[in-house]
Design a protein around this ligand. Structure first.
Ligand SMILES: [Fe+2]
Length: 324
């Protein structure tokens, strides 16, 4: 059975009704966008002769994704996060906001409220004995090469098993999460451990979708950053450590050539003593260039429900829907 009904007046009128075009209330933008998305999906069902079995199995996957709060994981896997970056890159290029360190995706695992340190500090709680000591440092500069003192460098990364504190209950609060304020020379330096790459859980609905596409769900070892300073464009980025088998094969499409950084093994006793470490370590140097802007909106990260912030969002939504 192959039928084509999408272009019939009946289906077109039906779509207009579903999208609330004949209703006064609601949001015009939401109506237009929903109308477009539903039209595209209805057309897909028609064009590919999608069966009821296929449709309901998709609904089941969506329910499983929601139940596991995995939309935030599938989103980069299906390229949405990188596509939004590509659009912001294009907008920057058009406005001539160029010359800064490239952005790349945030991912779903940022947690607001990490401890703040001035210039230097330690990110790991010392409990991950499999983790190789990492000395992560760099300088924040503007596009003219001037150091940016007092810049806020927020860093978060996984432990040696690929898990993030807050989401991994075995880790201490804010382990491997810090906000570092750059010193008078724009520099930041923290002791931490080399993170491991990680993959989507094999039995997860995210991996189920990737399996259908013949794709793996692995990410290379990486370190997330938010960098901000008054008068400069907020930067969301991450570095991928060189040499990981997935450095250039990231399921989340976050890798950018300029953001691949080596971890250099150092075993010189003088260098170890200078950093007050207890043995050989790997040094990771990431210098950051921020583009200047006077636009207030560009100086802050975009709004998005995030852990810790999200609890407040949900609390306010509940307050808004309570009936008396
Ligand atoms: Fe990550």
């Amino acid at each position: 059975m192959t039928v084509k009904i999408f272009d019939t007046p009946e289906v077109q009128n039906f779509l207009n009704t579903i999208a609330g075009f004949d209703q006064e209330g609601g949001s015009d933008r939401a109506k237009q966008i929903l109308h477009r998305i539903l039209s595209d999906l209805f057309r897909t069902i028609d064009d590919y002769d999608i069966t009821p079995e296929e449709y309901w199995s998709a609904v089941s996957v969506l329910n499983a994704l929601g139940q596991g709060t995995q939309f935030g994981l599938l989103s980069p896997g299906l390229g949405f996060d990188h596509f939004l970056d590509m659009r912001m890159d294009a907008a920057d290029a058009e406005a001539k906001r160029t010359g800064g360190t490239p952005r790349t995706i945030e991912g779903p695992l940022y947690v607001a409220g990490a401890p703040e340190v001035q210039g230097t500090g330690r990110m790991d709680d010392g409990s991950d004995t499999d983790g190789e000591t990492m000395w992560l440092n760099g300088q924040v500069r503007d596009t003219q090469g001037n150091p940016v003192a007092g810049a806020k460098v927020e860093v978060w990364h996984a432990n040696s098993k690929g898990g993030y504190s807050f989401f991994d209950p075995t880790q201490s609060e804010y382990n491997l999460r810090r906000t570092i304020i750059t010193d008078s020379d724009g520099r930041y330096a923290v002791r931490s451990i080399i993170p491991s790459g990680y993959g989507c859980p094999p039995d997860s609905p995210t991996q189920e979708v990737l399996n259908l596409l013949g794709r793996h769900g692995e990410r290379p070892a990486h370190i997330h950053y938010f960098i901000s300073a008054p008068g400069h464009q907020h930067l969301t980025t991450q570095i991928n450590l060189a040499g990981d088998p997935y450095t250039f094969d990231d399921f989340a499409f976050a890798t950018r050539e300029e953001l691949v950084i080596p971890a250099n093994r150092i075993d010189d006793a003088g260098e170890i003593a200078r950093r007050e470490l207890d043995g050989p370590f790997s040094e990771v140097v990431f210098d950051i260039v921020l583009a200047k802007t006077d636009e207030a909106a560009l100086q802050n990260r975009h709004a998005r429900p995030r852990a810790k912030e999200r609890e407040q969002d949900q609390a306010s939504q509940l307050a808004g829907t309570a009936r008396v």
